[in-house]
Structures are given as C-alpha cells and as structure tokens.
Design a protein around this ligand. Structure first.
Ligand code: ZN
Length: 136
C-alpha cells in the first residue's frame, strides 16, 4: 500500500506537467491569434480598408489579401515564392505581400527568391500557400 502513494503522486505530477504544457501551447496560440488580429487591423488601417468609423472584420481583410495574392500571382505582378526564408527581427521594411511595415513584435521573413523580399510571418505563409495552389 505504501508503494501505491508514490505511483499516484507520479501520475498526478505527470498529468500536471502535461496540463502545464497544454496550457502553455494554448497561451502561445492565443498570443499568436491576438498578434495576427492586431496586424490585420494595422494592415486594414494602412491600406485604408477601415473608413468612416467602421471596419471589416479581420476574416474579410484576410480573405481580401488572399484574393489579392492570387490575382497578383496570376497576372505576374507577384512572383511565385521559391527558395528559402529566414526569420529575423523586424526592421520596419515594407512587406512584399501586404505592403504594410514589418514592425516589432512581428518577425521579418527575408526571402531568398525573389531576392530583396521581406514579409510578415503570416503573409509569408499566405504567399507560400497561394504559390503552391498557383503551381498545381
Ligand atoms: Zn504583410
């Protein structure tokens, strides 16, 4: 019976550690969502999509950006994304995808091809997704 207590404690500790890890992952995910939402609002402000005291919700803004990327890939204004990308600290450069400034706390993705290209993390993901879709 005495040996059962350490086993139960070990299970509780293990469960607690899993719970803590899950909570941390959830917090990271929430921070990312808040960050992305703020970026979309900043983008909407930058591009003038917010006007007259009302604004489109972030889903509509993201949808509009996706269609913009598709259209620009199709007509050759935006080249397909190729090569590699390196994330780094934001330096305020304009994002090739959305045109908005890449500012802290965003990461700045430097793309190898096309050279001299920088994007927000979310814009990089979008560009990559749409490049794959474009090539299929
Ligand atoms: Zn961007």
């Amino acid at each position: 019976m005495a040996a059962a207590i350490p086993t139960v404690r070990r299970e509780l500790v293990t469960r607690a550690l899993y719970g803590i890890a899950a909570a941390r992952a959830c917090a990271r995910s929430s921070r990312r969502l808040v960050h992305d939402s703020r970026r979309l609002v900043e983008l909407a402000l930058t591009l003038g999509w917010i006007a007259g005291g009302s604004f489109e919700d972030s889903t509509a803004v993201a949808h509009r950006l996706r269609w913009s990327v598709r259209r620009r890939l199709a007509n050759g204004v935006l080249p397909p994304l190729e090569g590699q990308a390196w994330p780094g600290s934001a330096t305020g450069k304009p994002c090739t995808v959305c045109g908005g400034p890449i500012i802290h706390p965003d990461l700045e993705y430097e793309v190898s091809r096309p050279t001299g290209t920088f994007t927000h993390a979310g814009c990089f993901d979008l560009w990559l997704e749409e490049t794959r879709r474009f090539k299929d």
